[in-house]
Design a protein around this ligand. Sequence first.
Ligand SMILES: [Fe+2]
Length: 266
Amino acid sequence: MATHLIHLSDTHFGPEREFTVRGAPVLDRARRVVEEINALPFQPAAVIHTGDIANDPFDEAYRIAEEVFSDLNAPIYYTTGNHDDVPMMREHLTFHNGMNPLVPESENRHAYTIEIDGIALFILDGKVPPEEGPHGNLSETQISALTDFVENESGPFAVFNHFPALPIGSKWIDNNLPLKNGREFHEILKSAGADRFYGSFFGHLHRGLQIYHDNILYSAVSSPACQFTAGPNDEYCDFLPDVPICFNHITFANGITQVKEYTFPS
Ligand SMILES: [Fe+2]
């Protein structure tokens, strides 16, 4: 049996419909993403958005996101990016049944599990307060929940969050964007073993990237809004012009994790 998921990230909606990021009309691009997902010749079990739904925390940005994503034929699940606001997400976005919260409401994080075809999907929230910077950090509660699952359950699982866990070999990104406790996170995944761990999926880099380390697959989806250069010596965050609209199709089947990037001209 094959399980099909769509991985989407970093849509960066703004407070106006005409809002652009680096000249790219984000609403038009997100609508194209939804059209293409709905036109796929299979039914995805879920669409998972790994954060930066909005470019800045404006109510209207989340209202526009809800308007666009409510057209999806598959259920969509969100977690928080560094640009997002959890109370606004809760107020404006539609959430589906079957989400098991991993943190108390007071932690103000959007972290939970869903189960699809017997696979536990951990959808984690690594946002830190904005004044601390664009890097991430998984709370102790989330680390404990993940550890508890690895040690006491036997089923397969995968993880989705906004932030890279490991360095990617680009100076600015590695200094600014990863999870602060990414190594601890990695050790937990590693201890689960490759037989039951299907992959760790993230965004934030605004470009596709794969890392394979200790039998753990890390896979980043690019942004349909704008893409980073991520050169090895980049001292700052630079952007590529005229990037394609994109999302990833993840398939879990017979012990294989396949990630296929879909791109469309803008
Ligand atoms: Fe982003």
